[in-house]
Design a binder for this molecule. Structure first.
Ligand code: IPM
Ligand code: MG
Length: 341
């Protein structure tokens, strides 16, 4: 985060804008300081601002807490709900230069790939009611409910088509329409709205097949539109397919311009404090923030271009280093990117 903020400073100077920010505690650090993963104070700070630039939360120290008090569930899920962050964008690029880091054979992805997992984030089985555990004659009974309404599906479907217009104009709806009632509703609404976006091509794919296709031919996808849990699962698979989680940013958007921006990976406690983490995911999260919350597409694109150039010129943090490359630490990677900007 420190490096990403340094890079933001340079982008702001280059593109001639000013900004202000307030730091607030969340996750493990917040638990240590206040006993809560998401203190009220943090929520008020977020409310008073235009966007949330989120670091990574969690680690082994807090893993024995009850699930609802842990950094991830205790902070992320409530933040999504409180701020109505319904659209989760997880762009995944496998850069040509990094194909050898991907577990997928290079013959299957000769040009790498560039896709967007668009995940519905505030509905479905994560939040549906009823939810809970009761005890009866047959022992315990645990219930989760997968529910979606027309309105919830419509708004994320519009997001998908609009995102596709800035990309390769193709949306695949990922569902389980051969089994789930909710998937039938997704298909119905998706087809209705597709008529308004005649310039965007569409496809339908069952989620089990999609899990296989990501390993066989990820380049076929442009925008993958998913309900909440399918998107959770597929986005991890897609991330692994790119070769490094350390490169992937994400945006969680509300209606309007408010959003939360965070790296797709976790806090990597195994390398904490050594200054070797890849800062690119956090830096590209800044790019998403500039684009979606502040309408600064030029600055966002300049940042993305700088990242591409630095990768092309062979700079590599430990997670993606290969023989013959320039091995850099977190700070040096940030400086190289700032230099390109
Ligand atoms: C994610 C995470 C979260 C989720 C967990 C930590 C609750 O896996 O953001 O993908 O399932 O949404
Ligand atoms: Mg996940």
């Amino acid at each position: 985060m420190a490096v990403a903020l340094d890079v933001l400073k340079v982008v702001a100077r280059k593109f001639n804008f000013t900004y202000d920010y307030t730091e607030a505690l969340v996750g493990g650090a917040a638990i240590d300081a206040t006993g809560k993963a998401l203190p009220e104070e943090t929520v008020s700070v977020c409310r008073a601002n235009d966007a949330i630039l989120f670091g990574s939360v969690g680690g082994p120290k807090w893993e024995s807490l009850p699930p609802n008090e842990q950094p991830e569930r205790g902070a992320l899920l409530p933040l999504r709900k409180i701020f109505g962050l319904y659209a989760n964008l997880r762009p995944a690029i496998c850069y040509k230069e990094l194909i050898e880091s991907s577990p997928i054979k290079s013959a299957l992805i000769p040009d790498g790939f560039d896709l967007l997992v668009l995940r519905e984030l505030t509905g479905g089985i994560y939040f549906g009611q009823p939810k809970g555990t009761t005890v009866g004659a047959d022992g315990e009974r645990a219930v989760d409910t997968l529910v979606y309404t027309t309105r919830e599906i419509e708004r994320i479907t519009h997001t998908a088509f609009q995102a596709a217009r800035h990309r390769r104009r193709h949306v695949t709806l990922i569902d389980k329409a051969n089994v789930l009632e909710s998937s039938l509703l997704w298909r119905k609404i998706f087809k209705q709205l597709a008529a308004q976006y005649a310039d965007v091509a569409t496809a339908f794919m069952y989620v089990d097949n999609a899990a296989m296709q990501v390993l066989r031919n990820p380049a076929q996808f442009d925008v993958m539109l998913c309900e909440n849990m399918f998107g959770d699962i597929l986005s991890d698979e897609v991330a692994a397919a790119t070769g490094s989680l350390g490169l992937l940013p994400s945006a969680s958007l509300a209606e309007g311009t408010f959003g939360l921006y965070e790296p797709s990976g976790g806090s990597a406690p195994d390398i904490a404090g050594r200054g070797i983490a890849n800062p690119i995911a956090q830096i590209l999260s800044v790019a998403l923030m500039l684009e979606h919350s502040f309408g600064k597409l030029d600055a966002a694109n300049a940042l993305r271009a700088a990242v591409r150039k630095v990768i092309a010129s062979g700079h590599r943090t430990a997670d993606i280093v290969t023989p013959g490359c320039i091995k850099v630490n977190t700070r040096q990677m940030g400086e190289a990117i700032a230099g390109e900007v």
